[in-house]
Write a protein that binds this ligand. Structure first.
Ligand code: ZN
Length: 393
């Protein structure tokens, strides 16, 4: 395949801003990035112009349940392809398929089906212009009943090594994140098993006090699911899990930046406390993402979407319809520099799941996952792994 050299007004690696940029693609990889004139052009390179655009790394979503009317727990190639294609149009080129609390049978079936999809080597044309599903995020069932949000109470489980081992077995090496409540008896043992299996352990749906959360961090927890949501609230004399997250530089913090889950003051506080290097923007997107208002499925239960806000029958927030391009614009609207905002949805999530050299960066050797942004930070083009280049405007 001939190399492609794409010229754009600027690029963000995301750490560095390059004006008058060139990104060279060879096959599915980036082979060079730099300023025009400073990058050696490979022989026979096909040149492309993306005038007026900014090239940034494709977004990496580590907490997403569905999109385009489909839920990851359906597990069928059709459902996963629709989800992956829907989010790709919004700049998400990699995602970690996220389960919700369900029965053991349902969860295991979903995990096995998602794993099969990931491990099926053949790249069908339907997967070309679609996000790559990098792995699986287990959100539940080892969570707090008091902070379960919309996770069904009947399927919440006490930390159980045999159950986690069964999930890992079904996942066949594709498990990436385990979100659990660290205050539950047996949680620390589960953290040890998950760490041993190479998973990122995430504190979430938790009523943990400071000591309990601290113990989990000591045991290897390094991430926190949708910070502020489904967590014991912060108090100056009972700082709880949030106090531990704020005070632990090694712990990354997910943020649902839709302006509904967390208000702008709390978003600013989180950005100040954790710094842009440790915040990870996630969608927590449900099947309702990219769809008109109506009734949708989240895992095994129904949610209602009105004016883009997703709730269960009792009116509790149930995930979102957020896409990461909108999250980016919302964060920039808070006054955060674009380079910092971009890190939160590219390099940071990729690094936390151990894929920092392959995903979320524009560097030689990384996957050619590119997003083309216009002057309003709207997605005007996407390239996934060197293929499926689609320009929308
Ligand atoms: Zn959740």
């Amino acid at each position: 395949m001939l190399p492609i050299a794409i010229h754009a007004d600027r690029a963000f690696t995301p750490f560095e801003e390059i004006s008058d940029a060139v990104v060279v693609i060879q096959g599915s990889k980036i082979s060079a990035v730099g300023q025009r004139g400073k990058v050696a052009m490979p022989r026979g390179a096909r040149e492309m112009s993306a005038r007026g655009k900014t090239i940034v790394p494709g977004f990496v979503d580590v907490h997403i349940h569905g999109a385009g009317g489909r839920d990851v727990m359906e597990g069928t190639p059709e459902a996963l392809e629709i989800i992956a294609a829907t989010v790709a149009a919004h700049g998400t080129t990699s995602m970690v398929a996220t389960t919700v609390t369900a029965s053991e049978m349902e969860t295991c079936r979903s995990i096995a089906d998602i794993a099969k999809f990931i491990l099926d080597a053949g790249l069908s044309p339907a997967r070309e212009l679609a996000a790559e599903i990098l792995g699986i995020h287990f959100e539940g069932p080892f969570i707090s009943n008091a902070r379960r949000g919309v996770h069904p109470a009947e399927w919440i489980a006490a930390p159980s090594p045999p159950l986690l081992l069964r999930f890992l077995d079904e996942a066949r090496g594709t498990a990436q994140i385990l979100t659990l409540a660290p205050e539950l008896p047996g949680a620390l043992e589960l953290i040890a098993i998950a760490r041993e299996a190479g998973l990122l352990v995430s504190l979430g749906h938790t009523d943990a006090n400071h000591e309990q959360a601290q113990a989990a961090i000591m045991a290897g927890a390094r991430h926190a699911a949708h910070v502020f949501n489904a967590m014991r609230p912060f108090s100056h004399r009972d700082t709880g899990v949030l106090g531990a997250i704020f005070n632990s530089p090694d712990v990354s913090a997910e943020l649902i930046a839709d302006g509904i889950h967390v208000d702008s003051t709390a978003m600013r506080m989180l950005l100040d406390l954790k710094t842009p290097q440790r915040v990870i923007l996630v969608s927590d997107g449900t099947s309702a993402t990219g769809m008109p208002d109506g009734k949708f499925q989240l895992g095994t239960f129904q949610v209602m979407v009105k004016e883009g806000i997703c709730r269960n029958a009792e009116g509790k927030l149930a995930g979102s319809t957020l896409t990461l391009d909108r999250a980016l614009r919302n964060i920039v609207a808070l006054g955060v520099p674009l380079a910092s905002a971009l890190q939160m949805l590219t390099a940071n999530p990729a690094r936390q799941i151990g894929l920092g050299s392959r995903k979320g960066v524009l560097t030689p050797g990384a996957d050619a996952d590119l997003v083309f942004l216009d002057a309003n930070l709207e997605v005007s083009g996407v390239m996934t792994r060197g293929a499926g280049l689609a320009m929308y405007s």
